[in-house]
Ligand binder design. Sequence first.
Ligand code: PHE
Ligand code: ZN
Length: 882
Amino acid sequence: MRHPANVAVRLVDYRPADFLIDAVALDISLDRTASKVVATLSLRRNPKGAPGAPLSLDGDDLTLVGVKLDGRPLGPQDYTAAPDHLLLEKVPDGPFTLEIETRVDPSANTQLSGLYRSGSAYCTQCEAEGFRRITYFLDRPDVLSVYTTRVEGDKGEAPILLSNGNPVKSGNLPDGRHYAVWRDPFPKPSYLFALVGGDLGALRDSFTTMSGRKIDLAIYVEHGKEARATYAMDALKRSMRWDEEKFGREYDLDVFNIVAVSDFNMGAMENKGLNIFNDKYVLASPETATDGDYAGIEGVIAHEYFHNWTGNRITCRDWFQLCLKEGLTVFRDQEFSADMRSRAVERIGDVRGLRLAQFPEDGGPLAHPVRPEVYHEINNFYTATVYEKGAEIVRMLRTLIGDETFRRGMDIYFERFDGTAATVEDYLSCFAEASGRDLSHFALWYSQAGTPILSTEGAYDPQAKTFSLTLKQHTPPTPGQSEKKPLVVPVAFALFGENGEKLELASPDARADELARGLIELTDAERKITFAGVASRPVVSALRGFSAPVRLEPAPESADLEKLLACDDDPFNRWQAAQSLALRAIFARVDAAKKGAQTPQAPGFIGALRTILAGADADPAFAAQALSLPSEIDLAREAGHDVDPDVLFSARYGLREEIGRALGADAEPIYRRLSDAGPYSPDAASAGRRMLKALALDLVAAGDPEKGSALARSQFAAAGNMTDRLGALTLLALLGGEAREAAFAAFYEQYKGDALVLDKWFSLQATIPEPATTKRVVDLMRHPDFSLTNPNRVRSLIGAFSNANLTGFHALDGSGYDLLTRIVLELDPKNPQLAARLLSALRSWRTLEPRRRGLIEERLRHIAAQGNLSPDTKDIATRALS
Ligand code: PHE
Ligand code: ZN
C-alpha cells in the first residue's frame, strides 16, 4: 500500500475552499470487486476562495475511468489524475458540472474506510476522510452539498438499498438487478454520506414528532436478529422525544434508518438519516447482553441521534473543530442517560471514564488541546480529550452561566448557525451573548492541554470563628506547551459543621451569587476566601459533582473523608470520599511493602464500608459504586510515576482480602436476598441491584474463596441473564483452577455462534491477572474464532489485554510488549486506524518504573523505524516517543 506524504495540517493555515459544490448526484452500482461510481458535481467558484485557483479534488486509492465537464468528455491533457488527487488547471468561471467516473473494490477494502464489505453487505464509512476513497471530491467539512444518490445492486445479494435522506423511487432492472434513489434535502459535508446494500432484516416502528409529523424508523440487522434491536429502537424513540423536550429539536427527514454491521472501526456513525452502527451498540437480549451493554446501547443510540442537530444541521468548519460536534454531543448523551437513569450514578460513571481514558492521555506524550492546533493524521484525534474533556467544557459552561442561560445560548446557536460549518468561537459567541459574559478567558480550556491540579487548603481560626480557604491551580507542561496559564475553574463547594450540617456561607471575599450557589470561580493561580461565623473547624466538600476536569490534590484527611462519606449531600463527593479512602489504604500498603514494614490495617475505612453495605438497599447502584475498590489501572494513574504493576496488584489484592474477611458475613445475606430477582429487565434500578449482588459475591469470595467459588459456580450454571452469568465467570476467572477452565469451556460451547458474546469470552481471558495470561492470549490468537479482520474481536483480545490487564501486559520479561508490537505491525498494512489505536495503549509508558520503561521504549523505536508504516501508526509511535 502506498502512503501519502506525512504532512502537518495546521489550524492557522485554514483557508476557505476555492470551489463550492452545491449539488452532488451519485450513481453507484454495487459490485464485489469493481463497484462503479459516477459522481456529477455542480460546482462554482467560492467567492471566498483564491481567485483563479485550479480545481484540486481529493482522492485516496481511486481508479479513474473518465471525466466530463459540462457533458463534454475530457482527455488526459485536460487534467492530472492520480489515486490521491484529480487536478483541473482550467475550469469555467461560471457554474459548471463535472462528471467523474471511478471504480472501487469494496472486497479489498480492509481498512473499513470508504466503501467496504461487512459480512455479505456493502456499507460505507466516510468520516473523516473516507469519501475520497469513493470518488474525487472536495473532501472537507466546510463544503456542503445536497445529495441525490442512486444505488444499484443485485436483487438477491442486496434487496435492501439505502442512502441518506428520503426515498424517492426504486425499481427493477434487467439481469436480476434493481435500484433505489434517495434524496437528502439538507446540505451536508461529504463525511456524512452513507450507503448500504445488503440482505438484511428490519425492525420497524414510527415516531410522531412534536409538530405531528410521522417518521418511519427502521433498524436493519442480520436476518433473525430483529428482536435483538428492540431495546435500541426504544432508546431511539426516547432520544427523539428527549431532544424535543430538552433542546426543542425536532427530527427533520421523513425516515430515520439505522444499520448494524459487525465490521466497524468505531462505535457508530451519524450519517444523515442513515446511522451506521457497530452491531455491539445495537444488538441486545437478556441472554447475550450485560447491563453495561444495555447502557452502552442507550448512550450510543442517543449520541448518534443527537448528532442530527449537533454535527449534521450544524457541522464543523474544519477537523480542528471536532470537539464542536463531539464534545457537545457527548455532553448531550450524558445528560440524556442521566435523565433516563440515576443522575448520580451516571456522573460517577462518566468521571470514571474520563479519568480512565482522558487523564492518562492529557498527562502523557499524546496530550493535545481539546481543539488541537496541528495534526498529521486526523483519525488519531478521535480521542478521549476531544470527546470526554470536550463534554466537560460544555458542562462547565453550563455550570458557570446556569441552566436557563445555557439553554438560551443553545437556542441562539441552533438559530444562527443552522446549515453552516461552524467554529468553537461561533459556539462560544452564542453563550457570551446569552449571558452577557466575556468568555475569552474561559475559551482557554479549548487551546490549553493538560489536566490542571487544584489544591485546597483550609485554616480555621477558633478565636475569630473564621475559616480561610485557599484554592490554587497549576497545569503541568505538555508537549509543545511548556508555559500554562490559569484557567477559569468552577469549584462547586460546601462546608459542613461538626454535626454534619451544611453551613450558611458568608464572606467578604466572594460574590453574593458565588456564596448563594456554592460555586467559586477560580480565575487566577490562587484565591483566598475567608468565611465568617464558623463555629468550629468545618469539613470542606470541594469540586462537588466533579465541577471541573481537574485533579484535586491532596485529598482531604481521612477523618474528613469519613465525615463526608457520612454527611455530604452531593452523591458524587460521597463516592469520591470512599475512593479517596480506598486509595489511601492501598497506597499505605504499597509504602509498607516497599519499606518491608508490617502491613497496615484500615479499620476506619472498613467501618465506613460496613455502613455503606448496611444501607445499600436505599440505592444499590450507588452502594455498589462506593464499595468498589479503584482498579489497578486507577492505581497506576494515581501513583503517576515509577509504577510497578506487581506491587500495586498485591496491595490492592491484600486490601480486598482484608475487606472480604471483615465484611463477607455481612455481604452474604445481601447476595442471597438479591439472588431471587424475577425476570430480567434492563432498567437502571434492576441493573443497580445486579451490580450490588455482584459486589456482594465478590466480598464473600474475597474473604472465603471456597465459598465464593461455590456460589459463583452455581450462579454461572443457573443464571437467567448475561449480566449474572458473566459476573460469575469474572469471579471464577479471578479465582482460577479447574472451575475456571470448566466454566470457560462451557461458556464457549453455549455461545460459540454469537460473535458479540464470544468477544466477552476472549476479553475476560485476556484480563486474568496472572503471568500465564500472555501465553493464553497467544494461544487464543490461534483459536479458529480469532481473526485480525474484525475490529471488535481484535479489541476484545488484544485491546483488553493491553489496556485492562496491568500485571499481565506489563510482565517484566517484556512478553506483553512483544505481543502488542507484533500485532500492531501485522495489522498496520490491513487496518491502520485500528493498529494505531491499539498502539496508543503504550501512551503512559513514561510513568512506569525504569526497567519496563526501557523495554517499551525499545519497542516503540522499533515500530517507528519500520519502512512503509501507515501515517496513523507512525504518528502515534513518533508522538509517544516525543
Ligand atoms: N462521529 C462518530 C461519533 O462520534 C465517530 C466516528 C468517527 C465513527 C470516525 C467513524 C469514524 O459518533
Ligand atoms: Zn459523535
